[in-house]
Each structure stands twice: as structure tokens, then as C-alpha cells.
Design a protein around this ligand. Structure first.
Ligand code: AHM
Ligand code: MG
Length: 353
């Protein structure tokens, strides 16, 4: 079986003037992922569960494992020397390296070191999500905030690690998506899921339905649609919601489905963060043939205004995301958008269902 590094190396050899720097960067990320994986498998035996006593920039209570994962990803990226700046969910301010070694790095990284960490105590899958950009500022200088505030379309690579029944790394460099399963006996990620594709249609929807009354009308109506009986579209669909974006997305990617974290009246931008959750997952979704939007427009085209910006998130199977977007447009007052619900098959407008 091909290892992750053999795979990347082979791909890099196909690119003229490739220097191996990106291979090194991915290798650094996997070092941290392996350490986090090791700690997660021991959680419950060692004193690593529970809260750290601190809160992050979003005011969320940090778990000890959040802090642990954050520190190890930053350390690995610093030691590797390919990364000159990092924005992390766990840190208010970006980490901008100012030593000569790191300033030569040509990449910046946005990272959610441990996504879904509220699930750690109950052995539910959690994940790490990363997004890689080439810096805009000159190599050899101190990176700037602008390096980190690039739109998702500029991503050089993105990926996630899902720590579940097995640990997997899924990543893209814009030429499809490949998945690698971790073999702990040899300490290597091995190519197990080449050229992953999201089914264009599925039968699962993932959303925290307890917040139903706060959802925009379009989302409410889309949920009603998912629950209606219709033989031709296999409805009612099933609800599957773990509460870990990586795990929910990964399942939908393999089986077909849609994940939604919408805005609400109280939190119009939703909960998920553009830079280190929605952009990387959105890049993977698109590369696998799926879609990622904020309900109206493509996630990857949003120009970030701030490092920890939130955004409503709709992602997964393309026909399901399209359908949810139709409901969003239809029920958005004064949106000026074309109104109508489209047939699942012929894509022509039909009467409201
Ligand atoms: P986190 O990065 O603090 O873990 O928050 C993000 C997580 C996602 O993984 C998950 O889909 C969502 O928050 C769950 O939120 P909720 O409990 O509101 O449904
Ligand atoms: Mg997260």
C-alpha cells in the first residue's frame, strides 16, 4: 500500500520545480495528528480529559485536549520550517513566527486543532481541520494578517483528520480528494480511499434540529421537505447528527447527505468559522464533486474580514445543497432572487411542494 508521503512525493514529482516543501508541511501536520491520536486513544486512562480552565476567543470553554492539540500542531509546524504563520481556533491572536528559519517558510496554515471537542468525554469521533495557503508577503519577511485573510479559492491544500473507529486523513490539493487510514502498528497513513467522490444525492440530513424554532424560514421549510413522504426522492430522509463537523461531513461524503449549520436570528452568522472549518471542508466538498455554500453563495469566494469570522454553512451532496438553497431563496423576503422549487431530476421549476 502507498504511504501518504510516497503519494504526495509522487504527485509533486509530476509538477516541474516542485521543491518538496509541501510534502514536508503535510508530514509536519501528520506528526501532530499522530500525537493527538495517541492521546485520544488513552483519554480516560490519563489526566487529559476535562476542561483546561481557560476560554478561547469565542468565549468557549477549552478542554485540556483542545489545548494539547493546539500546542502540538503549532510545535510541529514551527519545527518543520515550512509555515510562517498560523491562525488557530484556540488562539485569539495569530501565531506569526519571527525567527529566520520559519520566516523562510512559504505557507500559512489555518487550523481547528480539535473539532467537536465537546464530544471527547463520550468517545464520539472528533477531528482536526486544516487549510494551507501560500503566503502573499515576501519569503524571508514576517508574515502579515493579509497572508491569513485570503479567500478559500486561494487554498493550496486542505484536509481533515477524523479520529474515529479508525483514524483517517482526507486531503486535497485541488486535484481531487484522497483518504489515508492510519495504521498504528507501523505509524503510517496509508492510501485507502483514492479519488473520493460525494454521491450527488443522499438520504441523510445533519443539523441540530433542537434549534428549529430559531432557524430561518428557508431552513425550516427544507427540514419539512426532508421529512415529507415522497417515494421518488426516497423521503423521508434520516437525520444523522453527531455534533462533530468532521465526523458528520465524513459520513455524508461517503454515504451522501447534507450538513447544515445555519444562521439564526440571534447568531445570523451561525457558529462555524470560515477560515479553519468552512473553507477547508468546503474545498474538500467541491473537489469530491459536492458543494459548500452559506445558503446563497459559494463559501470559497467569501473574502474573510477577520480571523475568527463565522458563516452559515451548507455542505455535502450537490443536489441536496442545491435544494436547500432553493428553499433559502424562496423564503428570503425581498431577496430579489429567482423564486421556485426545482424538480430533483429534471431541474426545471415546479409548483411549490
Ligand atoms: P468546536 O470547533 O468548538 O468543536 O465547534 C464546532 C462544532 C462542530 O464540529 C459541530 O458540528 C458543531 O460545533 C456542533 O454545534 P452544536 O452543538 O451547536 O450543534
Ligand atoms: Mg471546530
Amino acid at each position: 500500500m502507498k504511504t501518504l508521503i510516497e503519494f504526495i512525493h509522487q504527485k509533486q514529482c509530476e509538477i516541474p520545480y516542485a521543491t518538496g516543501e509541501f510534502t514536508q508541511l503535510i508530514n509536519d501536520l501528520t506528526i501532530a495528528a499522530k500525537i493527538v491520536n495517541r492521546e485520544l486513544t488513552k483519554a480516560g486512562l490519563t489526566d487529559i480529559l476535562g476542561e483546561s480552565g481557560e476560554s478561547n476567543v469565542q468565549g468557549e470553554v477549552q478542554k485540556k485536549l483542545d489545548v494539547f492539540a493546539d500546542q502540538h500542531f503549532i510545535k510541529a509546524l514551527k519545527n518543520g520550517g515550512q509555515c510562517c504563520a498560523i491562525v488557530s481556533e484556540e488562539l485569539d491572536e495569530p501565531v506569526i513566527f519571527d525567527d529566520e528559519f520559519s520566516m523562510k517558510g512559504k505557507y500559512v496554515v489555518a487550523i481547528d486543532p480539535l473539532d467537536g471537542s465537546s464530544n471527547i468525554e463520550v468517545n464520539v469521533p472528533v477531528g482536526s481541520i486544516f487549510s494551507v495557503y501560500q503566503r502573499i508577503s515576501p519569503v524571508g519577511t514576517r508574515a502579515t494578517i493579509e497572508d491569513l485573510l485570503q479567500p478559500g479559492v486561494e487554498q493550496h491544500a486542505a484536509g481533515y483528520i477524523t479520529y474515529g473507529s479508525s483514524t483517517m486523513l482526507v486531503y486535497t490539493t485541488g486535484k481531487g480528494v484522497n483518504g489515508f487510514t492510519y495504521d498504528p502498528s507501523v505509524g503510517l497513513f496509508l492510501l485507502s480511499h483514492p479519488d473520493m467522490k460525494i454521491p450527488e444525492y443522499g438520504a441523510m440530513y445533519s443539523i441540530n434540529e433542537a434549534n428549529y424554532i430559531y432557524f430561518p424560514e428557508g431552513v425550516k421549510k427544507y427540514i419539512n421537505y426532508c421529512q415529507e413522504h415522497d417515494k421518488s426522492t426516497n423521503r423521508p430522509y434520516s437525520t444523522r447528527y453527531i455534533g462533530s463537523l468532521v465526523a458528520d461531513f465524513h459520513r455524508n461524503m461517503i454515504r451522501g447527505g447534507i450538513y447544515i449549520y445555519p444562521g439564526t436570528e440571534k447568531n445570523p452568522d451561525g457558529k462555524l468559522r470560515l477560515l479553519y472549518e468552512c473553507n477547508p471542508v468546503g474545498f474538500i466538498a467541491e473537489q469530491a464533486g459536492g458543494k459548500a455554500t452559506d445558503g446563497f453563495k459559494r463559501i470559497l469566494e467569501i473574502k474573510p474580514k477577520s480571523l475568527h469570522q463565522r458563516v452559515p454553512f451548507f455542505t455535502g451532496s450537490v443536489l441536496m445543497v442545491d435544494k436547500a438553497m432553493e428553499f433559502m431563496s424562496l423564503f428570503l423576503e425581498n431577496s430579489g432572487r429567482p423564486k421556485g422549487i426545482y424538480c430533483d431530476y429534471c431541474r426545471k421549476p415546479q409548483e411549490q411542494q
